[in-house]
Ligand binder design. Structure first.
Ligand code: 9D3
Length: 231
């Protein structure tokens, strides 16, 4: 898979992409991640990439010209179409299902913005899908792009050392995970549940399923609302 990121702050990506699973996936050739600075495609001597909104209003808007030229540049580097994602608070929410979909394409182009938003012709002209990572306000799309890269790359076959880990993940099951314990058996007066020390694997599996259900009901009841069959 090839992932292109179009951004005004390519340096922000260096540390997250240079560590752990994402770093190893790149070294293994499972993913190639290329950062391109949108400002390099500005056409005036101030390297301007934003301008005032038509119709008035606060803040500045990302101009279409530099983003289109930047997009055309990365399409020239690799013509594979794939999916183009516009990081935006107006987008559909990112979730596990979207991570799975994105992990199954050969090419992703992520466009991260600054300022109050993008000129609408960027979404329309580039066929870009707006995606949000949640209902809170960030200072730009870069962290959202990194969240998506992190979630997608760990789903690529071979990215995790242990092949089974990704499909065991919470959310792929639709439930929160059961509580985990490691040594010591007693820590500051808090004991590991006896069942986990019993060696009875059937009982342990049953206890874990029950725990997963209880904490999902308590903390994430929305995960249990399937939306069908009222009553
Ligand atoms: C929603 C606030 N907007 C109207 C006042 C202005 C605005 C603030 C911050 C517009 C864009 C941004 C920068 N945010 C993103 O680029 C962004 C984002 C986010 O803020 N929250 C969740 N997901 C995303 S994806 C991109």
């Amino acid at each position: 898979m090839r992932i292109d990121v179009l951004t005004l702050f390519p340096e922000m990506f260096e540390s997250p992409l240079g560590h752990s699973i994402v770093k190893r996936a790149q070294e293994q050739g499972l993913v190639e991640i290329a950062l391109t600075n949108i400002r390099d495609f500005a056409t005036d001597s101030y390297r301007k990439v934003d301008d005032k909104p038509y119709g008035g209003g606060p803040g500045m808007v990302m101009m279409p010209g530099p983003v289109f030229s930047c997009f055309e540049h990365v399409q020239f580097l690799d013509p594979e179409p794939g999916r183009t994602i516009l990081l935006s608070p107006q987008g559909q929410p990112f979730n596990h299902a979207k991570a799975v979909e994105f992990s199954q394409v050969k090419r992703l182009i992520l466009i991260a913005g600054r300022y109050e938003g993008f000129d609408e012709r960027i979404r329309i002209g580039l066929g870009a899908e707006p995606i949000s990572i949640g209902d809170y306000v960030l200072n730009g799309g870069e962290l959202a792009a990194m969240v998506i890269i992190d979630a997608v790359v760990r789903l690529l076959p071979g990215a995790l050392g242990d092949e089974d880990s990704a499909k065991d993940d919470s959310f792929s099951e639709g439930l929160l995970e059961y509580p985990q314990y490691t040594r010591p058996e007693v820590f500051r007066g808090m004991k590991v549940p006896d069942i986990l020390l019993s060696g009875d694997h059937a009982k342990i599996a049953q206890w874990r399923r029950q725990q997963a259900l209880e904490r999902t009901e308590k903390w994430r009841p929305d995960l249990l609302d399937t939306g069908d069959t009222p009553e």
